[in-house]
Design a protein around this ligand. Structure first.
Ligand SMILES: NC(=O)c1ccc[n+]([C@@H]2O[C@H](COP(=O)([O-])OP(=O)(O)OC[C@H]3O[C@@H](n4cnc5c(N)ncnc54)[C@H](O)[C@@H]3O)[C@@H](O)[C@H]2O)c1
Length: 322
């Protein structure tokens, strides 16, 4: 049995990680300020005696360090973040505080507690608008096109420096967009939310041709555990995403089919949905596949499962502006 401190453990992805760790018999401390997370996602975990939820903020170094020093984790799994790519320009300090300084706090708290393994949820957005597809981990870094990507890139650099400086074995995962149960932000959420308000029409940002890879959260979990079980040494980076990709139009066709509606589409036009949107994301996951991982669920299944989940859990839309 190992001990996992999971920042952002009440969020979409973090709560699945907590469930998976508990199902493997591990002990879990979820550390979350519940800003975008939801205790409902932890309904099963909270019944498990090996699980504890601590309400705390990664921006508070002393509070986080105290939690880590008392728990003494074998692994810190770092999901807590501002995970919304699009709000960066409206609140320009937010990504820096949550994703960069927050990640430094996590690295420092782990080091102080004697923990030598951090797994970090970075993003394919760090590639900006690359020239190579599928994009390998070794792709030369282009200009950053979003504050979110820039803040995650800086977070990766901090974990790399902690690996080299303090002999830690830190692992960065660059995720594509993740789909599936408990999904609570992203394009499938936004489209479903708006179509529930007005099933007759849908505004689509960009030209609908943006081509992106996604991944079902259960396939993501399998990938994370392949790496945890392999106990990688030193600083490592792994892409994780489906080989297949969907245009926004294709994704919308699955959403409206699940909702059984036929809206009229209004495109805002242009290649990008918003400033900082990457029109194409497809990652080369050869490195992770060498550990025996592969995605088992199609992207169509990912989108459809997500819409079904949102239909059955419409409380997630409450209070979210359309
Ligand atoms: N969902 C995706 O498609 C996707 C893609 C790429 C990378 N990621 C990364 O994966 C991680 C998890 O994303 P998610 O989709 O589960 O997002 P989420 O918003 O559902 O989860 C983030 C969790 O962190 C918590 N949190 C936020 N700020 C915090 C703070 N300052 N202190 C403590 N807790 C805080 C939130 O309450 C929430 O529970 C994030 O780091 C995100 O950037 C997600």
């Amino acid at each position: 049995m190992a001990k996992f401190l999971v920042t952002g453990g009440a969020g979409f992805i973090g709560s699945h990680f907590c469930d998976a760790a508990l199902s493997r018999g591990h002990q879990v401390l979820a550390y979350d300020n519940l800003e975008t997370g939801n205790k409902i996602f932890l309904t099963d975990a909270l019944k498990n005696s090996k699980f504890q939820l601590l309400e705390g903020d990664i921006r508070e170094l002393e509070q986080l360090s105290k939690a880590a020093q008392e728990f003494r984790p074998d692994w810190v799994i770092h999901f807590a973040a501002n995970a919304d790519v699009r709000q960066g320009l409206d609140r320009p300090r937010r990504d820096l505080d949550y994703n960069t300084t927050g990640t430094w706090n996590v690295a420092e708290a782990a080091r102080r507690s004697g923990c030598s393994r951090i797994l970090f949820s970075s993003t394919g957005s760090v590639y900006g608008e690359p020239k190579i597809f599928p994009t390998p981990e070794t792709c030369p870094f282009p200009e950053q096109t979003s504050l979110y990507g820039a803040s995650k890139c800086a977070g990766e650099a901090i974990l790399s420096a902690y690996s080299h400086g303090y002999g830690m074995n830190n692992t960065v995962f660059r995720f594509v967009s993740i789909l599936g149960p408990r999904y609570s932000h992203g394009h499938v959420f936004d489209f479903t939310h708006r179509l529930r308000q007005d099933p007759t029409q849908l505004k689509i940002l960009g030209n609908g041709k943006q081509l992106k890879s996604y991944l079902h959260v259960f396939d993501l979990m399998n990938g994370l555990w392949k790496v945890i079980d392999a106990e990688p040494k030193g600083f490592q980076v792994f892409n994780i995403g489906h080989d297949d990709a969907l245009t926004v139009d294709r994704s919308v066709s699955y959403i409206v089919d699940e909702l059984k509606i036929s809206p009229k589409y209004n495109y805002t036009g242009g290649e990008r949905g918003w400033i900082g949107d990457s029109p194409r994301i497809q990652l080369d996951c050869t490195k992770l596949k060498t550990l025996g991982w592969k995605a088992e669920r199609s992207l169509e299944q990912g989108v459809r499962d997500t819409v079904k989940y949102l239909k059955e859990n419409s409380f997630l839309f409450e209070g979210v502006p359309v």
